[in-house]
Design a protein around this ligand. Structure first.
Ligand code: UD1
Ligand code: MG
Length: 451
């Protein structure tokens, strides 16, 4: 059975107190919406639709980065969850599989849970994801008879007896597209909120002789985000889960609580991560590497045996082969470093390629930007770049070549050549002593005058 994800994300998120639409606020460096879509990806959906209203342009722009295959459906006025589903009807008019309704602001739904919902569709026309709540609060309540779901009652509309029910509605639902759209078309809004409730589809379905069932999940999965405080709490939960996962996978984490992971961080076995390391999006670290304290990595790849930091910054496009060493206060951007290359101290390497086993001396800078355009620096294998070399790109230093310390390199250095590009040293015998005497005399005079 093919599936379509329908992610409801049109709400305003007033309590976030933000110009950014709620679903674009990040958890683990990825918008909440990306978490929901990622969970749904486990179902290999044929279509993915995001219902957006508030901040629709921002959501559309962000979706291009998050998931190009996702489509936008505009809900101009937010008249309730049932209305949000109804506006997707046209977009899905020739889709005849199952629709899975998700929320853009519940980032912890597990793929296995969605799979269980899809499986339960074999027994029921409508499947609702429910959970036993410690504190049912204002959640909708699931009214059941045995295994059958009779209806969902919203807190505002519930009687005291119904409010005593602890089985709550997560908001997620699965049904055949034609069934779902037929039901939402029949919804009314005669209720405490004056909204079209998606939840009312259950009672309508039952009245039409369709069956409805509940799949249960842990309440932790249904955690929603409505405020910055809840966003921070959700991020902390994600980080705790990520740490547990990496430890389980054989990664050593020193002072684990100080390490920050992104949604998509991949780390190989027997890699050691020292304290206070931050992973931005798009990082892969292979096995047996060491990421030393206070390093910041994003959009990069560290191969086996690499040693990075302390205090290193790997930016997008840093592609490091086996056993590369990156030391303190070194920044690497859009650059490939072949096996065994070393950049150990105080350098900027951007828009560059560095050959195997080359050594880049302290303070080396690839001057990649001329104020308008970016240019490439190429360094061959086994080259030795002297400390404080400025490599003015575009420029090439050949295999086995050397540059003298303090050189400004603007022209190609051939293989095995030594480039020296700095003014020649002149020594003046005794001149230092004379200069010292002169300066000390000046200082004395100044002190006398001040008296
Ligand atoms: C909803 C459920 C409730 C459930 C709870 C779980 C209904 C009527 N109630 O209530 O049973 O326990 O979620 O969190 O469904 N949205 C739109 N367009 C709209 C309205 C909402 O896209 O017109 C989106 C929101 O952005 C949000 C989601 O749908 O992502 C849920 O909306 P929300 O207003 O939070 O519903 P609740 O009142 O919490
Ligand atoms: Mg809500």
């Amino acid at each position: 059975m093919s599936t379509a994800l329908l992610v409801l994300a049109a709400g305003k998120g007033t309590r976030m107190n933000s110009d950014l639409p709620k679903v674009l606020h990040p958890i683990a460096q990825a918008p909440m919406l990306a978490h929901a879509l990622r969970a749904g990806d486990a179902l290999e959906p044929e279509r993915k639709l995001v219902v957006t209203g508030h901040g629709a342009d921002q959501v559309r722009a962000a979706l291009a980065d998050i998931d190009e295959s996702a489509e936008i459906v505009l809900q101009e006025e937010q008249n309730g969850t049932g209305h949000a589903v109804a506006v997707a009807r046209d977009a899905l008019c020739d889709f005849d599989g199952d629709v899975i309704v998700l929320y853009g602001d519940t980032p912890f739904i597990q793929p296995e849970t969605l799979e269980r919902m899809v499986a339960a569709r074999a027994d029921h026309d409508i499947v609702v994801l429910g959970f036993e709540a410690d504190d049912p609060g204002r959640y909708g309540r699931l009214v059941t008879t045995g295994d059958t779901l009779e209806r969902i009652v919203e807190f505002k509309d519930a009687s005291d007896a119904e409010r005593a029910i602890t089985l709550c509605n997560s908001g997620l639902m699965a049904a055949k597209a034609s069934v779902l759209f037929d039901l939402v078309a029949r919804l009314g809004n005669d209720n405490a909120s004056g909204e079209y409730y998606l939840t009312d589809t259950v009672a309508l379905a039952r009245a039409s002789g369709l069956s409805a069932g509940v799949v249960r999940c842990d309440q932790a999965e249904t955690l929603g985000v409505n405020s910055r405080a809840e966003l921070a709490a959700a991020d902390a939960i994600f980080q705790a889960q990520a740490r547990a996962r990496h430890l389980e996978n054989g990664v050593t984490l020193m002072m684990a609580d100080s390490i920050y992971f992104a949604l998509d961080t991949v780390i190989g076995r027997d890699t050691v991560i020292e304290p206070h390391v931050v992973f931005g999006p798009g990082v892969t670290v292979e096995s047996g590497a060491t990421i030393r304290a206070f390093s910041h990595l994003e959009g990069c790849h560290v191969s086996r045996g690499g040693i990075i930091g302390p205090y290193a910054r790997l930016r997008p496009g840093a592609e490091l082969a086996e056993d590369v060493r990156i030391g303190n206060f070194v920044e690497i951007k859009n650059a490939t470093l072949d096996a065994g290359a070393k950049v150990n101290h105080l350098s900027y390497i951007g828009d560059a390629s560095i050959g195997q086993a080359s050594n880049i001396g302290a303070g080396t800078i690839t001057c990649n930007y001329d104020g308008v355009m970016k240019h490439h620096t190429e360094i061959g294998a086994r080259a030795f770049i002297g400390s404080n070399t400025m490599l003015v790109a575009p420029v090439r230093v050949g295999n086995g070549a050397m540059t003298a310390s303090g050189s400004v390199i603007t022209k190609t250095v051939e293989d095995d050549a030594l480039a020296v590009s700095r003014s020649e040293q002149v020594n003046k015998p005794g001149a230092a002593r004379k200069l010292f005497d002169l300066l000390k005399a000046k200082k004395r005079k100044r002190a006398e005058r001040a008296l």
